[in-house]
Design a protein around this ligand. Structure first.
Ligand SMILES: N[C@H](CCC[C@H](N)C(=O)O)C(=O)O
Length: 322
């Protein structure tokens, strides 16, 4: 796309933004002189623009540019931009991610599966395990022979103030089934961090969540949790319906990305919450049905680590010309 086209689109985007009540004045047109080489990957429909940024320690795309690139009408389209950066310490590489609103989260579960597949594809590497440095610490995805990716997601963070949330703890320092009133309804919230914050909800007003009932409300309800004052860093929010003690179904409103088809860290957080609430068994793999497809999640008793197994697929590669 020429910069002239981008300018024209940016102008129309600004006008569109004003008309639609969105402030687009902060969106700067990509000013980089060099074309951006990228690959689009998706994990259960949670889609990302991946950039091989291992030649320098600073992302070659700014958060403002990421907003434009993620725009599904005026850009490539995606839930975020993910960078493969040089390693830190004895890791293989570093991951950073900008959400589609330009904010930078600590971690991304579907995204790190896509990153492992991306690096494996461009390096033409045999299936292997990667040690990846992230803002959430060391995360280790492993390419499996069947093309899936199994990720050691590390340990969950359960202390309320570290999630972070100001909701009062209910079990020691952990916030499990704490009341939160939103739009006149009382939700039972369990707070779990996977490096990024998650509010997990299995029941409301004393009734179990029914995903089909929630579907239409999510767009209005999600932001009321994401930007609720009890979540000082905002939050991802998962609404979960129990199918069995090893099978659940969810919808998600993501911090900085809104409604997505899948959230890997969210799937991990909701299994931990389900176990803490006594709804899900711990000594087995739990199938989590996300709108984009299933993930297999296990919170292993032996090492307290969470393991996530799921797909990561290339959609297309391209160049965004300056
Ligand atoms: N929006 C999330 C980051 C992406 C998480 C999600 N896409 C995943 O797969 O874990 C946040 O701001 O914490």
């Amino acid at each position: 796309m020429s910069s002239q086209m981008l300018n024209r689109q940016a102008v129309s985007a600004r006008a569109f933004g004003r008309a639609a009540g969105r402030s687009r004045s902060s969106v700067r047109v990509m000013a980089s002189a060099k074309p951006l080489t990228f690959s689009k990957y998706q994990g259960l429909g949670n889609d990302f623009i991946l950039v091989d940024n291992r030649h320098t320690s600073e992302p070659v795309v700014t958060p403002e540019q990421a907003v434009k690139i993620c725009d599904r009408n005026f850009g490539i389209g995606g839930d975020g931009v993910i960078f493969a950066l040089p390693p830190v310490g004895d890791t293989d590489l570093t991951m950073r991610i900008f959400n589609s609103d330009g904010s930078e989260p600590e971690m991304c579960g579907n995204g790190i599966r896509c990153l492992a597949k991306f690096v494996s594809d461009i390096d033409n590497a045999a299936p292997r395990k990667y040690k990846i440095h992230t803002l959430a610490g060391l995360i280790q995805p492993e390419m499996l022979a069947d093309g899936q990716v199994r990720v050691d997601m590390g340990t969950p963070i359960l202390e309320g103030p570290k999630v972070p949330t100001t909701l009062a703890p209910t079990q020691g320092s952990t916030v499990v089934q704490q009341d939160l009133v939103v739009e006149g309804k009382t939700y039972k919230v369990t707070c779990v961090s996977m490096g990024n914050p998650h509010a997990v909800i299995y029941s409301c007003d004393g009734e179990p969540i029914k995903i089909d009932d929630l579907d239409k409300e999510l767009a209005a309800l999600g932001p009321k949790f994401e930007r609720n004052a009890v979540f000082p860093a905002r939050t991802n929010t998962e609404f979960v319906e129990v199918i069995s003690r090893s099978h659940v179904r969810m919808v998600v409103w993501e911090r900085g990305a809104g409604r997505t088809l899948a959230c890997g860290t969210g799937a991990c957080a909701l299994v931990v919450a389900g176990i803490l609430e006594g709804r899900v068994d711990r000594n087995q793999v739990c199938r989590v049905d996300l709108p984009g497809g299933p993930l297999q999640i296990e919170w292993r008793q032996s090492d307290n680590h969470i393991y996530m197994t799921g797909p990561a697929e290339l959609v297309f590669s391209g160049q965004l010309r300056a």
